[in-house]
Design a protein around this ligand. Sequence first.
Ligand SMILES: Nc1ncnc2c1ncn2[C@@H]1O[C@H](COP(=O)(O)OP(=O)(O)OP(=O)(O)O)[C@@H](O)[C@H]1O
Length: 328
Amino acid sequence: MLRVTNLTKDFGSQRAVDDLTFEVGPGRVTGFLGPNGAGKSTTMRMMLGLDRPTSGTATINGVPYRELDHPLRQVGALLDAHWVHPNRSARSHLRWLAASNRIPRSRVDEVLEIVGLASVARKRAGGFSLGMSQRLGLAGALLGDPHTLLFDEPVNGLDPEGIVWIRGFMRQLAAEGRTVLVSSHLLTEMSLTADHLVVIGRGRLIADCSVEEFTGRARQSVRVRGPELEKLHTALEQAGLTPAPGAPDAAGRPVMRVPDTTTDRVGDIAAAAGVTLHELAAESASLEEVFMSMTAHAVDYHGGDGFRPVESGPGGQGGQGAAEGSRR
Ligand SMILES: Nc1ncnc2c1ncn2[C@@H]1O[C@H](COP(=O)(O)OP(=O)(O)OP(=O)(O)O)[C@@H](O)[C@H]1O
């Protein structure tokens, strides 16, 4: 069990983590989600005793990291895959880690096997690809067979195969009853990996709930296609709704989206106005759109990685690449 209580961290005049309180329980993957600069890494560093809190506490099974007897046997962490000595082989790097934590040498080959690096155990870690470095980092985190695991943006820069492997791996660790906390700035990624979410923005807690609950906050909107969209637009506005052009469909035909309503209501209004419809469908806002609307005020800086706020209103054409393919 990981617990942070009123955790706060200031860097000079900047508050990076602001009065955070939450728990991370065993047996499930908890996603630690927030835009870039939200304070995820700083929070994890405080959990691992690498940064000192300005106030508040972070504990692992009730004890601050610095007071743990054999930290590697209780907590494994993957913060940065590139801290390995480049001239060491994967095996000698892990043997050195094991020796410094009184972990038997035999465990090194076990973890190399678990992460799929046994065949390259003698190769220089400096020549490893990012995916292999991540696996080596995981091997190090698993060395002490810890009950608690922290992963900071583990899928960053990985190829699709590596991403699928890491997802499955984290889920397996949780299924073994371990406490698994994994950070990401991508909601879609977390919705595929995590059972539970702790969402932060500007160092503050925004949500602490199941993935279903979080994504269930998606606003329901209605998608309409037909030959008389302008006429329908007027009728919908007269009924107090706020229709907007949506992205054209695959065949390039114009589509309208009507937020915060139901297909029944739009269908009734269309019928009353004598408007022909060719398509009428309920649609949820994409996960990224929900996330954006919840964290928009909390985004530190914009641009890149899909963190531009949704600018064009209910049409939903905010243009964030990360939202592609994430509609549910
Ligand atoms: N050592 C430091 N000195 C000064 N400011 C820092 C330091 N470390 C982090 N910060 C600032 O604290 C805030 C939170 O950063 P942090 O790295 O924890 O965020 P994050 O959510 O992990 O984002 P990212 O995914 O971009 O790393 C940022 O504004 C960052 O610039």
